[in-house]
Design a protein around this ligand. Sequence first.
Ligand code: ADP
Ligand code: 5GP
Length: 195
Amino acid sequence: MVARDPARLTVLSGPSGVGKGTVVAEVRRRHPDVWVSVSVTTRRPRAGERDGQHYFFVDDADFDRLVAAEGLLEWAEYAGNRYGTPLAPLRARLATGEPALLEIELQGARQVRARDADAQLVFLAPPSWAALVSRLAGRGSEPPAVQERRLTLAQAELDAAGEFDVVVVNDDVARAADELVGLLTAPSPGLVPGE
Ligand code: ADP
Ligand code: 5GP
């Protein structure tokens, strides 16, 4: 029998530009108590991004050290940069009995599933391919070549939606945020009496 964390971990994944950051920000605007893990990344900060708030921005050597020290729950290389979930703050949060949310890409979501069968995997899907393309371009944070690279990855990510427990369509930010809040606070199947 494997010891279980006392609270449930929810993973939100989905292609770049689908609106993960926007939906999570809306959830936190309404419910500031929702805890979202801050990832480590080797990517450069975008305009307006703050170290320790959006990400912990590190160099390659720091990231290597974190991996070697087993300080990350999961990590992945995505579009030329590395991203990972710091383990210690997540463990501390789950130990309080309160839910935690990770916003990570597909390879990381698969690693979480392999490590924690009770984790709830939520896929945020665009209402259409055209909407995804226009959102990524409209955000304007990446040059066209990087957008192309992210869209190529997005095709494979959309194909993997069936691996997730729930698919939430981000047709409307407020509606998608409502659905995500409901999922975050839903009891874990492992905790339902009689199961
Ligand atoms: P991700 O974090 O998944 O990469 P973002 O949250 O940065 O995506 O959103 C990408 C772009 O799409 C942003 O410009 C955002 O304002 C826009 N967006 C997000 N959700 C919606 C939505 N439901 N309808 C229209 N535009 C959206
Ligand atoms: P961005 O560069 O747009 O901030 O993020 C690129 C991708 O990396 C997004 O799909 C985002 O969800 C994902 N990501 C962010 N943090 C992590 C993390 O800690 N681990 C993994 N595996 N992916 C992450």
